[in-house]
Design a protein around this ligand. Sequence first.
Ligand code: CMP
Length: 138
Amino acid sequence: ETNKTFTMIKPDAVANQHIGAILNKITQAGFKIVALKYTSLSPELAGKFYAVHAERPFYKDLCSFMSSGPIVAAILEKDDAVASFRKLIGATNPAQAEEGTIRKEFAESIEKNAVHGSDSDENAQIEGNFFFSAFERF
Ligand code: CMP
């Protein structure tokens, strides 16, 4: 589907009390919340979620960071959702993120970058299925 994407509010942004502000920006930008969950990833689950990055030098740190505290997972709906959401969150490295983006406002570093956004329609579907059953989508 081209009208869905998947996001997580990462442990840094949850710990910094930004859940409400980030969800507000997302809904203000016209995304509908299809599914929403406050949860956490074990190191094993983080490793599975980020398996595509297994060969990257930052993989181990990323998995320990992503399992360091609670997260918010969500499926979002909007036309051209993947690209539109990536524009809203800004560059992976907050130092390069544009003014007004979620990462510019809330991210701490390239690793602790506040939010995840799927990079393709295919991954949006895989990532949404990782967290949500059919009964948890509206
Ligand atoms: P995201 O794009 O959501 O998924 C992969 C994550 O890996 C990315 O966000 C960052 O949190 C992290 N990441 C990407 N590149 C680097 C890097 N060069 N150093 C550390 N962490 C990174």
